[in-house]
Design a protein around this ligand. Structure first.
Ligand code: GLC
Length: 728
């Protein structure tokens, strides 16, 4: 008996926090009860550039984080921004999230989250610092390429599957940058003010969807300030809205260097402080992690009774929950890296993202007929996964557009750079001497004279002041003399296809002279095969614009109210401040309401086939609270190629007590149709879809009256209108 007793007694009961069958909240409470105050405080700040503390004494592991939204960043040194130069951290470079948004296909978002999650898991990361859903407010924002466009509904619908599938790998999404980080100029200090209507109708919805529908396990505080307080410890943002209104149970993590005050950080909902004393990208100051705001200074404030230890218990609970959901999830998969499946996923997303803006019939180019092709433009060969800031990637492979076009159209494809840009990072930019640019341009124009077709692949790149973190673009036109190059190329050879790559809109003064324009994106590893397959017609383009292309920058809402509206004004004593005077009228909401036509509107994209929109049917002529309206519209592929069509549903409120945009996106469906096939696009309109945010009542309201459903192939190409009314 004694032996049995001894052996039984020797096998101590597994502590609840280590019992993976126990409910997670019980595990959190049990772990918390075993921790010292010092151990709780250490959970709340970094221990290295990309990791934060666990509780070694209890066998609770640290949290490992990594950029970024488009793939897992190369391994960074323990405590500086340098790369660790590992040889096993080359990854799949997935398309930038603007490209994902341009697919308008939530299935692509699910595929994306699954595949990037497998790579993060394999690289043993617990938090992937993405996706980003900041709204595209100005075409000059250096980081728009990382985000999902100008419309909160599209961004919200497209971010949810990414998060859900990512987190199935035991990797937390960290939705960023919460909130109102809509430009890079003065990003770490600008104090944004705006109406609650703009906040709730435009800038919060995608974050709310990510949290409430996506179940994001973490969120990243933005660098900027709102209402005078830094986002990373902003009481209204992190406590009133994120926790109280949305019920967020995840972890709030600063952007790197986003914390600035211990008391605010202690009291206003921040959980993990990362990257303090850095500019988030390149510089850091000499310090120990004990100098962090939520380190020694915080511990001292608690010990002196200046803040309650309930604050650190709340933080520790959120961090422990994150650890149990990720690092301590013993059931999580093992992931995989740079596999064929991941490359195929990147290709599939890229294929569906490319937008055919204009085509007089020159496209697609039949490889059997076109052998003498000239490719011009640096983006046909440039590694566009490097640079751009924290989302840069060490890709195992990048298949360039030039290589892919040569594979498709044969070795006869010639190449001329046409222009050249240096390699520059962040706030710097290498200027190429004009004589070099002139000779490159002349050479390309000369070669164009003897080609069948010229394919121009230019656009922007990830250099400072282009599509790049920590600086905004300085001009709306294409840089490096590209407008002149395109003008001279098309004068030398009218068979010119412009296939630009960028994460932002730009002016096209040459548009009327050019027979075809394709808008491509930073598609990463498979950029070449995706572009070549669209140009050759192997893939029928099906992407649509996730943001408007204004004709000129002055036509954009953020640029219509002076500097205070963009980029803001520098106040000597209080730092830069900004007022979103464009309010709720962002993107097509501005263009359509102010009747300022865009060059290419939100939701625009052509196909190599044609689609006919039939007569819509509606389930009712009016709806009341609790009822829904079903709209069906037959879509027919009247061409000779299979194609995908994105059918968009907008709601228009004929009369409202507060100003409203003339239309707002409230639904979209992407249909795949064989030649001659008809399918119904079916939508369910709810009363919630009719609401606007009444900032005086601080609630969403639907006002009785007349509305219209607008069914469109874009925000301006409205194919059918269905009037209906709403009554309480
Ligand atoms: C950067 C970026 C953020 C990134 C973080 C870590 O400053 O703003 O998106 O995840 O720091 O690199």
């Amino acid at each position: 008996m004694a032996l049995a007793a001894i052996s039984f007694g020797a096998i101590a009961k597994t502590p609840v926090y280590l019992d993976r069958t126990a409910p997670i909240e019980a595990r959190v409470e049990d772990a918390l009860s075993r921790m010292t105050l010092e151990e709780k405080v250490r959970l709340c700040h970094a221990q290295a550039k990309f990791s934060s503390h666990g509780v070694p004494r209890l066998g609770i592991p640290e949290i490992w984080m990594s950029d970024g939204p488009h793939g897992v960043r190369g391994e960074v040194n323990w405590n500086d921004w340098g790369y660790a130069r590992w040889t096993n951290d080359s990854v799949t470079a997935f398309p930038a999230l603007t490209a994902l948004a341009a697919t308008w296909n939530p299935e692509m978002s699910a595929i994306y989250g699954k595949n990037v999650g497998e790579e993060a898991r394999f690289r043993e990361k617990d938090v992937l610092l993405g996706p980003g859903v900041n709204i595209y407010r100005t075409p000059l924002n250096g980081r728009n390429f990382e985000y999902m466009g100008e419309d909160p509904y599209l961004a919200g619908e497209m971010v949810v599957p990414y998060i859900k599938e990512l987190q199935k790998n035991g990797v937390a999404a960290c939705v960023k940058h919460f909130a109102l980080n809509n430009q890079e100029k003065w990003r770490s200090s600008v104090d944004v003010s705006l109406s609650d209507r703009a906040l709730y109708e435009i800038y919060l919805p995608a974050f709310k969807k990510a949290v409430v529908d996506g179940g994001a396990w973490s969120i990243m505080g933005a660098y900027n300030r709102i209402w005078g307080q830094h986002c990373c410890h902003n009481e209204r943002l992190l406590t009133d809205i994120l926790r109280d209104e949305w019920g967020f149970d995840g972890c709030v993590i600063t952007d790197w260097g986003g914390a600035h005050d211990t008391r605010e950080a202690a009291l206003n909902g921040l959980d993990i402080e990362m990257g303090s004393y850095t500019n988030g990208l390149t510089s850091e100051s000499e310090f120990t992690f004990d100098d962090y705001f939520l380190a020694r200074p915080y511990l001292a404030m608690i010990q002196k009774g200046e803040v309650s230890d309930s604050t650190v218990n709340a933080k520790a609970r959120n961090v422990l929950r994150l650890i149990f959901r990720t690092a301590m999830d013993t059931e999580k998969p093992f992931g995989s890296l740079a596999s064929k499946e991941h490359y195929d996923a990147a290709k599939q997303i890229g294929d569906e993202s490319i937008v055919l803006l204009k085509n007089n019939g020159i496209l697609p180019l039949d490889p059997a007929k076109h052998k003498n092709i000239l490719v011009v433009g640096e983006n046909a060969t440039r590694m566009l996964n490097q640079g751009g800031g924290s989302s840069e990637l060490k890709a195992k492979d990048i298949y360039s557009p030039l290589d892919a076009l040569r594979k498709t159209f044969g070795k006869g494809v010639r190449y001329a750079a046409g222009y050249k840009t240096g390699r520059s990072l962040y706030e710097s930019e290498e200027i190429i001497p004009q004589p070099i640019l002139d000779s490159l341009r002349r050479e390309a124009v000369e070669m164009a004279k003897t080609a069948d077709v010229v394919i121009y692949i230019g656009g922007l790149n990830k250099n400072g002041f282009q599509d790049c973190e920590s600086s905004d673009r300085r001009e709306y036109n294409l840089p490096w003399g590209q407008d002149r190059i395109i003008e001279e190329l098309v004068a030398a050879n009218p068979n010119l296809v412009v296939a630009n790559i960028s994460g932002n809109a730009y002016a096209m003064p040459w548009l009327d002279k050019v027979p075809a324009v394709i808008q491509s994106w930073y598609l990463g590893t498979m950029i070449g095969p995706s572009m070549a397959d669209v140009i050759s017609g192997k893939v029928n383009p099906s992407g649509k614009l996730p943001f408007s292309f204004p004709k000129r920058i002055e036509d954009n809402g953020a640029h219509s109210f002076g500097e205070i509206c963009y980029p803001g004004v520098e106040d000597a004593s209080k730092g830069p401040r900004q007022e979103y005077l464009d309010d709720i009228f962002v993107g097509y909401r501005w263009h359509d309401t102010k009747k300022i036509p865009a060059l290419f509107p939100f939701g625009h994209g052509l196909s190599y086939t044609k689609f006919n929109y039939g007569k819509p049917t509606a389930s009712a002529k009016q709806i009341k609270d609790g009822e829904t309206l079903t709209i069906e519209i037959p879509i027919t592929n009247t061409g000779d190629k299979e194609g995908k069509e994105i059918v968009q549903l907008y709601i228009s409120d004929e009369k409202s007590s507060l100003p409203r945009p003339v239309k707002e996106l409230k639904g979209f469906k992407k249909l795949t149709l064989a030649p001659g096939q008809t399918q119904n696009a079916s939508f369910t309109v709810t009363v919630d879809d009719l609401k606007f945010f009444d900032d005086k009542a601080h609630e969403w309201v639907a006002e009785p009256g007349k509305f219209k459903v607008l069914i469109g192939a874009s925000s301006t190409d409205i194919k059918a209108t269905v009037p209906f009314s709403y009554s309480k």
